[in-house]
Design a protein around this ligand. Structure first.
Ligand code: ATP
Length: 292
């Protein structure tokens, strides 16, 4: 996807399974919003193709409208409307919407408030934008940084609402800068860097409460040889080309086995790193790997 001379997305190949919460991460300008805008048909690709629920979002935007909910980073709210009237208006566009008052209450907004949307705080407007994306119970919802600027209580309210809708079959794509949010919510994550994907895997291949080791090396090494050298039960995954993750690694013996396997493949010690089994360190390594 190009904007003039700027390549905002470069051959992005990504699928989201039905019923998942899929997260897009990456630095400012990495291409997260562009991905969402393309998927909902707000912009048309300059090359390549996109299918949203099997339809071309550029040509079939009207057909998709009743099945897709969207919360962009800003905009989409009617400034002079009251929150309840606004949400009722959006709900009427869908055949089987959720309860308006219940949704407002779940997000900490008083349904009886007479405050126009433009006078709500930034965090309250963000909550309302999420409510608008979800109120129609669409099969697919896109949320661009849904909790940016929202306080910790509001974040949890939004997370609970997203989890509730996933439990009821909704597929959700969200962008986020917050690793703890992605760890808590997402089934899978992609990380973009300058419009290219540097990580694409399930959270189950990333997270482990015991700890993990990440190895940055050549792509498509035989992970079976590593798995066989390690104690049984440890997960070994290539989470992006050339990025290997050992889950459940908690001892110096495991670390030295990993280092020996890496050395056999010409990987320096510097590119074998232990962490606490979270997402944040892996994202940094994936971005560093793409820079090498
Ligand atoms: P952020 O975390 O800051 O929201 P992002 O990952 O969502 O960033 P995008 O908004 O997708 O980033 O932008 C990707 C790149 O494309 C940026 O360099 C941006 O400046 C550029 N870009 C996006 N939209 C346009 C446009 N309409 N015209 C020109 N350049 C654009």
């Amino acid at each position: 996807m190009k904007f003039g001379a700027k390549t905002a997305l470069d051959r992005l190949d990504w699928r989201v399974p039905e019923g998942h919460i899929a997260a897009i991460m990456g630095a400012n300008g990495a291409g997260k919003t562009t991905t969402i805008q393309l998927a909902v048909g707000l912009i048309a690709p300059t090359a390549g193709s996109i299918r949203t629920l099997g339809l071309d979002p550029d040509h079939d935007r009207a057909a998709l409208q009743s099945s897709v909910g969207v919360a962009l980073q800003s905009g989409g709210l009617y400034p002079t409307a009251k929150p309840r009237a606004f949400l009722q208006h959006i709900a009427r566009l869908y055949s089987n919407p959720a309860d308006v008052d219940g949704t407002l209450e779940q997000l900490g907004i008083d349904p009886a408030t007479k405050t126009p949307i433009k006078r709500l705080s930034g965090g309250e407007q963000k909550r309302l934008a999420c409510a608008a994306a979800l109120i129609g119970r669409p099969s697919l919802a896109f949320l661009d940084e849904p909790t940016a600027g929202v306080d910790p209580v509001g974040k949890r309210e939004i997370w609970s609402l997203l989890e509730y809708h996933r439990a009821n079959g909704m597929t959700i794509v969200l962008s986020s800068h917050d690793p703890s949010e992605v760890e808590r919510l997402a089934d899978s994550v992609i990380v973009l860097r300058n419009g290219s994907k540097v990580l694409d895997c399930p959270l189950a291949h990333i997270l482990n409460p015991v700890g993990a080791i990440t190895i940055l090396g050549p792509a498509h090494l035989d992970t079976q040889t590593l798995a066989m050298a390690l104690p049984t039960g440890l997960g070994v995954f290539e989470v992006a080309p050339g990025l290997y993750r050992i889950l459940g690694a908690d001892s110096p013996a495991i670390a030295s086995t990993a280092a020996a396997w890496a050395a056999q493949h010409g990987v320096s010690q510097h590119n074998v790193q232990s962490d606490r089994g979270g997402l944040e360190d892996l994202v940094m390594i994936a971005i560093r790997g793409a820079e090498l």
